[in-house]
Design a protein around this ligand. Sequence first.
Ligand code: ZN
Length: 169
Amino acid sequence: MSEASAARETASTDRGIPSSLTSLYQEVILDHYRRPRNKGPLARATHSITLNNPLCGDVIELKLRVDGDTIEEARFSGKGCSISQASASMMTGRIEGRSIEDACALGDKFTELLKGDAELLGDADLGDLRALAGVSKFPVRVKCALLGWNCLDELVGEGAGSSPPPEAT
Ligand code: ZN
């Protein structure tokens, strides 16, 4: 057996998770993937948007009920790899009840974490989202992890509604 084929066989069978993420992180991610939180319809949604990540085939629809500047409820639906779906599940849990400003600030922190800022692993504000830190080693998968947050940014972030979504590269 060649080394190349041996490596292929030890690769994760779940196409969603790079095999070199640690097992602890894999468990948290898979738990959100298999039992997503806050997935489904949202009555009286005030905001909704659907974005996709053509590189991976991920689709996320994010729905919010915003009252004043508070995100009262957040729900998502979608399909795609486990990283995109788990990230959206974790995100909705972290942004409910927050002000729009706080939620967007959390998104900025999460983006920095995915750029490899290891200090943020000590930031309890990120909660389960820290399980996705290992994705920073896989630039292509960072887009998966940020898809739900891109939805949030498009809906309520700075310049929401005034600029076209960034072009996929
Ligand atoms: Zn993906």
